[in-house]
Design a protein around this ligand. Sequence first.
Ligand code: MV4
Length: 501
Amino acid sequence: MKEIKKLLVANRGEIALRVLRSAKEMGLQTVAIYSEADRNALHVRYADEAVCVGGPQSSESYLRGDAILEVCRRLGVDAIHPGYGFLSENAEFARMVTEAGIIFVGPSPEAMNIMGDKLSAKQAVKAYNIPLVPGTDEAISDVEEAKRIASEVGFPILIKASAGGGGKGMRIVNNAAEFEEQMQLAINEATSAFGDGSVFIEKFVTGPRHIEIQVLGDEHGNIVHLFERECSIQRRHQKVIEEAPSSVLTPELRAEMGRCAVDVARACNYTGAGTVEFLLDEHRNFYFLEMNTRLQVEHPVTEQITGLDLVKEQIRVAQGLPLPFTQDELTITGHALELRVYAEDPQNNFLPDIGTLTTYVRPQGPGVRVDDGFEQGMDIPIYYDPMIAKLVTFGKDRTEAIERMLRAIDEYQITGIQTTLPFGRYVLRHPAFVSGDFDTNFVRDHFTPADLDAKPDETTAKLAAVLTAMLMTEKKAPVAASGAPATATGSNWKRNRLGVR
Ligand code: MV4
């Protein structure tokens, strides 16, 4: 075992604070780094020591691997937690850290390299029986060959950049006539954005759900999955609401996707916490898309339903300890939702809204968790992500988690800036969301800014009607389609399987 005594968090905002809290509970000494824009930030005050590493721009501070390593040497740091974003998926940084004799709390640089490129990820999982979207598993540059494959796969197809991610460098092609132009655009975009023009083709799945599986691996070859997160409610590839468990997975499908996720992790000898992304189509076929080699923003919903602290687990496996549980020992209890609260104006095309948090009062009470990095009176800096907070609620079932989220949104008081809280309230009250019948097109299909002007009474009445309908269905159908008892894991998720097409 490689004991960690002093941990540096190479990040800012809510995730820096989140990691520091777990480190403190574990009795570790903590070091924060910060930029000139974050002098008064909460993570700086929370850590035992804090060092300014440069200017407000990320490139002058949070992305400066050399400066961060210098702080580690000076303060005798034995491990770095990278959080998400910034250097968290930078294999070169992970290698530098390891070569400096410091523990990188995350996977090996090799695993990061394999999964950082979508085509090499597809190659790596080839030896396993992982379903992939029909298409090519190699870079394609010959337009005629690409067209031939596209017509075999069938339109619409999607051209994706191998080095891309989060929707960057994707092009939908509806017919052969558009093909050549779109392919050239995709290659040019990929070349200028990633310095790598490799593209490939996939059948375009038109109304998919985005389901991801949390995995955790140790250095002794043990890998488990921690069930799924449903992340279909997003706007322009920015997630808005995440939940666990998903209301569309049967226990059988959950186990099958879980096994595949573990195999994806095995394909790159994954260690630490990671996430395997799948698309689920309307017939509930699933396809592996990519793997994210970091702790994700939405990890709290998994923590709430499993009772685990993922940051502690990350730190333990980074010290070389074996996982303290087996797959069979893991169960789902209750239901959790996360609403991302952004400093954006939903009435004005979600334009980032910067300024001072004149009023900032967090919701409290049963089943509410707020992960944030701000206090009343602070400014939201313009240099970083506009996410102010993650509002997480949990309850015995999905209905209770929704009711608590609506109550928590009402308690949340933020003035001085516009936020996405009203948008969150709108989504949580929408019959399609409440019934579970939605896909990644939810926001496009169901939202216009005028919806936020609706009288609260009208939407409340609508919600009451839907909840009543759900309660009646629960009484009629408390048993899963498989005929298995509905609460084998102590979870009520099966009762919520409405809207399954
Ligand atoms: C797809 C797809 C449909 N068909 N691939 C977007 C982000 C990246 N991780 C993969 N993405 C998609 N890939 C095929 N073959 C639809 C999406 C997609 C999407 C995926 C997950 C969550 C939200 C999304 C929104 C639009 C498109």
